[in-house]
Design a protein around this ligand. Structure first.
Ligand SMILES: NC(=O)c1ccc[n+]([C@@H]2O[C@H](COP(=O)([O-])OP(=O)(O)OC[C@H]3O[C@@H](n4cnc5c(N)ncnc54)[C@H](OP(=O)(O)O)[C@@H]3O)[C@@H](O)[C@H]2O)c1
Length: 239
C-alpha cells in the first residue's frame, strides 16, 4: 500500500528510533521531510531522502516545510543521569530545551501546515519515557522534561481535536546511541534486560512500528494517549 499523497515531518530522523521510523515510513511510501542536526547528503539507509539541518536549540535554524503536512513526529531527546544534588540548572535547562521547548518550537512552526492537511485528521507523535511516570533514581531532570511533554501532548490533543490527533510514545530502555552508555558492557546490558518483565530491552524497529500505527488511519480513534512500550516495566510486578 502506498501513502505517497501523505507528507510527514520527522524531526531527528537520522539516528536511533528516528532512523528506523524514517526507513519504515519511506518504505511504506510516505513523502517525508527529515531533519538532523548536521547536514548529511541523505538520511542513513534511505537513499533519496535529503536531510534538512535543524538543531532545535539554535534559534537561527528554521524549518522548511511543505504547504500541507499530515503528521509531525518529534524525536529529539537527551538523558542526563545524576544524583539530584549534582544536577545543575544547566542540566535541567538542556533537558528541557531539547525534549520540551524544541517540541513547542517545532509544533508552533508546523501547525499551519498541519491544519492544511487533506487527510480527515492530521497526527502529532511526541516522545516521552517510562521515567516520566515511574520513579527511577537519578532520572530527575529527564523525568521532569518528559512529564512536561506528556502534559503538552494531552493538552494539545484537547485543543486541536477533532482535526489533529496528538499521542505520546513512552519507551523504556531501547538499544540506540542515546542509551549506549547504559548498555556499555554485557553485565549492564543483562541487568537492564532483567529489570523488564519481558526480560529484554527495546528494539528501535519495534518502536518505529508503533509510530507508523500512530500516524496511520488505523489509529484514527486515538488521541491524548501516552502509550507505554516498555516490556511491562511501568505496570507489571512479578512475585
Ligand atoms: N533509547 C532509549 O532508551 C529511550 C528511552 C526512553 C525514551 N527515549 C526517547 O526516544 C526518543 C528518541 O531517542 P533515541 O533513543 O532514538 O536516541 P538517539 O538515537 O540518540 O537519537 C536522539 C535524537 O535526538 C536528536 N537531537 C538531540 N539533540 C538535538 C538537538 N539539539 N536538535 C535536534 N535534534 C537533536 C538527535 O539528532 P542528531 O541525529 O542530529 O544527533 C537524534 O535524532 C528521544 O526523545 C528519547 O528521549 C529513548
Amino acid at each position: 500500500m502506498t501513502h505517497s499523497s501523505k507528507h510527514i515531518l520527522i524531526v531527528g530522523g537520522a539516528s536511533g528510533i528516528g532512523r528506523q521510523v524514517t526507513a519504515r515510513l519511506s518504505n511504506s511510501g510516505y513523502a517525508l521531510t527529515v531533519t538532523a542536526r548536521s547536514y548529511g547528503s541523505t538520511a542513513p539507509g534511505c537513499p533519496g531522502i535529503a536531510l534538512q539541518q535543524f538543531d532545535v536549540t539554535n534559534p537561527a535554524h528554521m524549518l522548511e516545510l511543505p504547504e500541507a503536512l499530515d503528521a509531525v513526529i518529534y524525536m529529539p531527546g537527551t538523558i542526563t543521569l545524576k544524583p539530584f544534588h549534582r544536577l545543575t540548572r544547566e542540566d535541567f535547562d538542556r533537558e528541557m530545551e531539547v525534549n520540551f521547548f524544541g517540541a513547542v518550537r517545532v509544533l508552533q512552526q508546523a501547525l499551519p501546515a498541519l491544519k492544511r492537511t487533506s487527510s480527515k485528521c492530521a497526527s502529532i507523535v511526541l516522545f516521552s519515557s517510562v521515567a516520566a511516570t515511574t520513579g527511577m533514581p537519578f532520572h530527575a531532570s529527564i523525568a521532569a522534561a518528559k512529564a512536561a511533554i506528556e502534559g503538552l501532548g494531552r493538552s494539545l490533543a484537547a485543543e486541536l481535536a477533532p482535526n489533529i490527533r496528538v499521542n505520546v510514545v513512552a519507551p523504556s530502555l531501547t538499544d540506540t546511541p542515546l542509551a549506549a552508555s547504559l548498555l556499555s558492557d554485557e553485565k549492564r546490558a543483562e541487568a537492564a534486560a532483567k529489570r523488564h518483565p519481558l526480560n529484554r530491552i527495546g528494539d528501535p524497529g519495534e518502536i518505529a512500528e508503533l509510530v507508523e500505527f500512530l500516524v496511520s488511519d488505523a489509529s484514527r480513534f486515538m488521541t491524548g494517549q501516552v502509550i507505554g512500550i516498555d516490556g511491562g516495566i511501568s505496570s507489571v510486578r512479578q512475585f
